[in-house]
Design a protein around this ligand. Structure first.
Ligand code: AMP
Ligand code: ZN
Length: 114
């Protein structure tokens, strides 16, 4: 399957990764529309929120809270899901955009694949 986010999850495509575990990967959007623009993505390939297993749905939100604490953005971020082409989804692998325009956020990349 030639899914770019699956390739990133497998470390077979370039990415600036800030967090990953066996289920979830968080990496920088390569065309940022905010000072902080991350993509919070299940490693499991599915396109739509209705296809995401419950345990991964929970883990996505736990991960959002964890990175929010780490980046100290409790009061200043938004989460965006484009669910379907009509809603603006381009990459057909489910992902949440994590966006903040807070200046001076210390985003540390754990792994950078070039
Ligand atoms: P959308 O599918 O509209 O929710 O948005 C897809 C997002 O993925 C866009 O913001 C792109 O800039 C971003 N994107 C696409 N390919 C990559 C990539 N290889 N690395 C990082 N971000 C990407
Ligand atoms: Zn995929």
């Amino acid at each position: 399957m030639s899914c770019i986010f699956c390739k990133i999850a497998e470390h077979k495509a370039p990415a600036k990764i800030i967090f990953e575990d066996s289920d979830i990967i968080v990496f920088a959007d390569f065309n940022p529309r905010a000072i902080v623009h991350l993509l919070v993505t299940p490693k499991f390939h599915c396109s739509r929120i209705m296809d995401l297993p419950d345990n991964l749905t929970l883990k996505i939100f736990e991960t959002v809270r964890m990175i929010t604490k780490e980046l100290k953005l409790q009061d200043n971020f938004k989460l965006v899901l484009h669910n379907g082409a009509l809603a603006g989804q381009i990459v057909e692998h489910l992902h949440f955009h994590y966006l903040s325009n807070q200046p001076n956020v210390d985003v540390k990349f754990k792994t950078v694949i070039t």
